[in-house]
Ligand binder design. Structure first.
Ligand SMILES: [Zn+2]
Length: 189
């Protein structure tokens, strides 16, 4: 069983700029039955939420080891949840709720930076990505900013930044790199 914690995935709540969002709302949106306006999931989609004022609220508890136990799973991205932790910031849409927008407040930026860096300290091999970079994220804008560029701008090492697997080229290229643990990780996604 491979339940290694390989990925930290960043999301937005896709709510209008300046609109507060609480963890209770997120839990309702995700776990209420469909006929009550929810998604009907058995668990919410995020482990933690960053409020507009920078406060960090936990939705799904987790421990500090390198594994994702059943009770730690959040349903953020189909196909990746068994190996991921999901963090969300409140916002991600313009104030008209029409277009995706990076609406992170100064306080949210500070909290997200601290969160990402602490998570990397705890899990030095973890890869950080935006929801829109995940293999199953077809056309999603979430989290409404370029996560790789932002991570570089705050000094996150390249080894912790997720890179989309490069499309295989038609020509046959002989690659002689020895198989490593990283290869196994990427095959899992
Ligand atoms: Zn998302």
């Amino acid at each position: 069983m491979n339940n290694k914690l390989n990925y930290l995935v960043i999301h937005c709540t896709a709510t209008p700029e300046g609109r507060p969002v609480t963890k209770e709302e997120i839990i309702r949106w995700h776990t209420n039955p469909v006929n009550q306006g929810g998604r009907g999931w058995n668990r919410p989609g995020y482990a933690d939420v960053v409020y507009l004022n920078g406060d960090l609220a936990n939705i799904i508890p987790f421990n500090t080891d390198d594994f994702v136990d059943q009770w730690e799973i959040s349903n953020g991205v189909v196909g990746l949840n068994g190996n991921s932790r999901h963090i969300v910031y409140a916002g991600g849409m313009d104030d008209q709720n029409k277009k995706p927008k990076d609406t992170r407040t100064k306080e949210q930026l500070e909290t997200l930076e601290t969160y990402v860096k602490y998570t990397i300290k705890r899990h030095p091999k973890i890869l950080v990505l935006g929801h829109n970079e995940a293999p199953n994220a077809k056309g999603k804008a979430c989290p409404s900013f370029n996560v790789g560029n932002w991570l570089r701008s705050i000094g996150v090492p390249e080894q912790n930044i997720y890179h989309k697997p490069v499309e295989e080229k038609k020509e046959t290229v002989v690659i002689t790199t020895p198989s490593t643990e990283t290869n196994i990780t990427e095959a899992e996604a």
